[in-house]
Design a protein around this ligand. Structure first.
Ligand code: S3P
Length: 189
């Protein structure tokens, strides 16, 4: 007699979030996984996903490296702030910031003062982030000088921590596990 095994597939429970929540903002250095995790998180919640760099690029009609090369970093930062203000106008959105977005006070104030906005910091040590970026083959002007990038990381790290309500250590977990860790952190108690 043969035995048949029945496997029951249990769909993941619909995540519970505070009712007033309108934006989940992911912050962290380049390579933290903001875009990958953000896309998965938005899909899990049935929310929209917005990558701030892509939003900025479509508004400017230029890629991030083109903006840096033609107009310089300062101009990029101005575009980034206006793109952030526009992104925060959209409800029920998971927003992946650029690695440098929280460096600027205007941006931090926007994030802190927009009702229903929670910021989550995806953390990992610099060497891990750097290796991930090398593998991704995305052109990132700020990584052109690795020593300068490490300095930026050291300067930004306390800023990410202060801005975020939750910090998730992503150094040893996959993107999908990071999504679950975020949902757990955000669940109403
Ligand atoms: C930057 C990070 C990039 C992009 C730009 C500048 C930075 O975004 O905004 O190249 O200053 O750290 P990602 O963190 O999505 O790579």
């Amino acid at each position: 007699m043969t035995r048949t095994e029945t496997t029951t597939v249990v769909p993941p429970a619909t995540p519970e979030l505070p009712r007033s929540l309108r934006h989940i903002v992911l912050t962290g250095f380049m390579g933290a996984g903001k875009s990958t995790v953000g896309r998965l998180l938005a899909a899990r919640l049935g929310w929209s996903f917005l990558d701030l760099d892509h939003h900025l690029e479509s508004r400017a009609g230029l890629s991030v490296p083109e903006i840096f090369a033609r107009h310089g970093e300062l101009h990029f930062r101005r575009l980034e702030s206006t793109a952030l203000a526009s992104a925060l106008g959209q409800p029920h959105t998971v927003l992946a910031l650029g690695g440098g977005t929280p460096e600027f006070l205007t941006n931090r104030l926007l994030l802190e003062q927009t009702p229903g906005t929670v910021t989550v910091f995806l953390d990992a040590p610099f060497p891990t982030l750097f290796d991930r970026c090398v593998l991704q083959e995305i052109s990132r002007p700020v990584l052109a000088d690795p020593a300068a990038a490490q300095l930026r990381f050291a300067e930004r790290h306390p800023i990410y921590r202060r801005l975020a309500k939750h910090t998730i250590d992503t150094s040893a977990i996959e993107a999908i596990e990071t999504v679950e860790a975020i949902l757990l952190a955000l669940a109403p108690r």
